[in-house]
Design a protein around this ligand. Structure first.
Ligand code: XMP
Length: 331
């Protein structure tokens, strides 16, 4: 719209003035903030921006391809896709503690990103001088002070603090003054699909914390397929009263892989396969959350589709725990 159009013009001018003819690197995760930052910076400086997309193998079904289709196919941005799934799975082998998994995923992520960044900054040629990040206003406040008062870390959210200094790069943060809803509006105005910009949050460690205990490729593949069915049906099912989809009526919804087997029956045979849990919550701040009262018809459809379409899963459960005392994620 008109106001957002003015905002974009101004932001673009500001980025051009800051960056001049220098080069910028940005870590693209597929999440809302880094995507909108990438689209805005690309609008401003085109090919002076290189996005680095580290695929840790713990993304959702087809997510990596969708990111590439969007940024390379539609926006014609420069994106380096690093397929590091084997590296990550290797490092995670035998590790089952949730915080240990987070630390490994976070530190490998930084290592891989730094290696790619070094290729773009070093080697004599005039390399990148800027690191762009999708920091938004609530992140700025959060890292401002209250942090030290927190007595216990329940879950360590990996963020890449200190990276620009380590890489010797200047920091470009064009979304620093914006709240989440403004970032979303900006994304839509820049031409990003509504569906991408209004997605539920997805944790940095991805499916790594949605597979309980040790992460294995087999588990990740089963989980991806089950979760895609759940999300598809949430988008399909509309609430009659509001006309909204159950995806839009929930704040976060996903599938959790439980590495236990239970007995089932299929046709004439007995099955002994894995279990998944569906999780859907409603919340305004993610500090507390209620489990969502999804319609039985929706749960029924999801359950029968997962069990019929994903060989290897024979039981689907629904998580009816609120936060607190449970957390939103299972790890
Ligand atoms: P919990 O499970 O703590 O989740 O109730 C609250 C919100 O935080 C997200 N979450 C994470 N995000 N890295 C992230 O980037 C993490 O390690 C992580 N752990 C939880 C979770 O998805 C929910 O939105």
């Amino acid at each position: 719209d008109w106001i957002m159009g003015d905002y974009i013009t101004e932001a673009v001018q500001k980025i051009r003035a800051q960056v001049g003819d220098e080069e910028v690197i940005l870590g693209l995760s597929g999440g809302v903030d880094s995507s909108v930052a990438a689209a805005l910076i690309h609008r401003a400086i085109g090919d002076q921006l290189t996005c680095v997309f580290v695929d840790h193998g713990l993304l959702r079904l087809n997510e990596g391809d969708m990111v590439m289709d969007m940024f390379v196919g539609k926006l014609h941005a420069k994106v380096i896709r690093v397929d590091a799934s084997e590296l990550f799975l290797g490092k995670l082998a035998g590790v089952s503690d949730p915080e240990a998994k987070r630390k490994i995923i976070g530190s490998e992520f930084v290592t891989v990103f730094k290696q790619e960044a070094a290729k773009l900054t070093g080697a004599g040629a005039k390399g990148a001088q800027w690191l762009a990040q999708g920091t938004i206003y609530p992140d700025v406040i959060e890292s401002g002070g209250a942090k030290s008062k927190k007595a216990v870390t329940i879950k360590s959210h990996h963020n890449v603090g200190g990276l620009p200094e380590q890489l010797g790069l200047k920091l470009l943060e064009p979304l620093r003054d914006l709240f989440k809803d403004e970032v979303r509006e900006l994304g839509v105005a820049l031409g990003l699909p509504h569906e991408m910009v209004y997605r539920h949050p997805f944790p940095g460690p991805g499916l790594g914390v949605r597979i309980l205990g040790e992460v294995k490729k087999e588990y990740a593949d089963l989980l991806r397929r089950a979760d895609a069915i759940f999300i598809e049906e949430l988008r399909n099912f509309k609430d009659e009263a509001t006309g909204k989809s159950w995806y839009d009526l929930t704040s976060q919804a996903f599938t959790v892989f439980l590495p236990v087997k239970s007995v089932g029956v299929m046709g004439d045979g007995r099955t002994y396969d894995y279990v998944v849990a569906l999780r859907a919550v409603q919340t305004s701040d993610f500090m507390t959350a209620d489990w969502a009262e999804l319609p039985y018809a929706l749960l029924k459809k999801v359950s029968s589709r997962i069990i019929n379409e994903v060989r290897g899963i024979n039981r689907v459960t629904y998580d009816v725990s609120s936060k607190p005392p449970a957390t939103i994620e299972w790890e």
